[in-house]
Design a protein around this ligand. Structure first.
Ligand code: HEM
Length: 315
């Protein structure tokens, strides 16, 4: 949806989803409100975002938690059954943070992957062959196909290695005095992990600046739990405060990119390579947003025509 309308809220504000990116910086990445009072207002808007979403959901009163696990339904149910653990502010905050932490990161990752693929047509072709082998041309790729697409998975991993959208992770605070990389760190110190640099460490990676999805194929086979690379691959952070959206994001990204590649032929706008320069921000965007050309794949034409005409809701 594009707008959230707070209805009877005193300020009757409408907030665009585009504002999420703006909110991401002060809220998820760093509590700037602690240092600059002006940011407090943004934090309020952020809480209201969750609140507006909840109000709307309540109005529809179609809680489906027993049959279908919709996140907001589950939170509403918990608010009823465990009100002390899930007071209003916590539930609003959870919804807000899942939107802010989940949308920009996933969208930017997909843009990076597509850009890398357009600069490596041979890799794009291999992804296409893999998808075709498992999903064919008569139906859309679905969740059951995802474990059968190790090459696409590796392409996404390799892109996240080179272009991690959370390059500095999020700030952590040392709960105890400790030593990190030989440096003494007092209790209560803010620590950032330079994921971007770790992913390019020549001690851990052969030819670290090269886009080589194959490097992940063997590893995926050998190590289902992702413990390889000795802490050298951490696009989702790790440990107790690692990204809780990791699996959901990967499912979603593989599915969306898989379907886009299954249904359409993708090309660069001209002969020039896509510019892979990194833009500024705490989430790392591509500096020049990707513009690409696509046309329906001939082999999918029957399927596309039938489904576009009948449902108008293909992907
Ligand atoms: C490509 C997509 C994503 C990437 C690259 C990503 C990356 C990260 C990273 C690096 C962290 C910090 C982890 C740490 O400090 O060790 C994080 C935290 C977090 N992510 Fe994600 N994330 C993605 C998608 C999502 C999604 C889809 C959701 C939820 C729907 C989500 C929710 C969160 C939350 C709530 C935190 C804070 C966890 C905490 O502080 O305990 N993320 N994410």
């Amino acid at each position: 949806k594009k707008f959230i309308d707070y209805g009877d809220d005193e300020s009757n504000k409408k907030i665009e989803l585009d504002n999420l990116r703006e909110m991401f910086v002060p809220n998820v990445s760093m509590n700037l409100g602690d240092f600059f009072p002006g940011f407090k207002k943004k934090r309020r808007i952020f809480a209201k975002f969750g609140c507006g979403t909840l109000q709307e959901k309540r109005k529809r009163s179609d809680c489906q938690c027993e049959t279908k696990k919709v996140f907001i339904d589950v939170l509403l149910k918990l608010q009823e059954t465990e009100p002390e653990q899930y007071p209003r502010d916590i539930v609003n905050g959870l919804i807000g943070i899942f939107f802010t932490a989940g949308t920009d990161t996933s969208a930017l990752t997909m843009e990076w992957v597509m850009s890398a693929l357009l600069n490596h047509p041979d890799v794009l072709e291999k992804v296409m062959v893999e998808i075709n082998l498992h999903a064919g041309n008569h139906r859309l790729l679905d969740e059951n196909d995802l474990p059968k697409l190790p090459y696409l998975h590796s392409v996404i991993n390799e892109t996240m290695r080179l272009y991690p959208v959370a390059p500095l992770s999020v700030p952590h605070v040392s709960s105890e005095e400790c030593t990190v990389g030989g440096y003494g760190v007092p209790r209560g110190t803010i620590l950032l992990t330079n994921i971007w640099a770790v992913h390019k460490d020549p001690k851990a990676w052969d030819d670290p600046m090269k886009f080589k999805p194959e490097r992940f194929i063997d590893a995926l086979e050998k190590d289902k739990e992702g413990k390889l690379w000795n802490y050298s691959f951490l696009p989702f952070g790790m440990g107790r405060r690692g990204c809780p959206g990791n699996l959901m994001a990967m499912q979603f990204i593989i599915m969306v990119l898989g379907r886009l590649i299954q249904c359409f032929e993708w090309e660069r706008l001209g002969n020039e390579e896509v510019d892979m320069s990194e833009g500024p921000g705490l989430t790392m965007p591509i500096a020049k947003p990707l513009v690409a050309v696509c046309k329906p794949r001939q082999a999918m034409m029957d399927f596309l025509t039938k489904n576009l005409v009948h449902s108008g809701n293909l992907i």
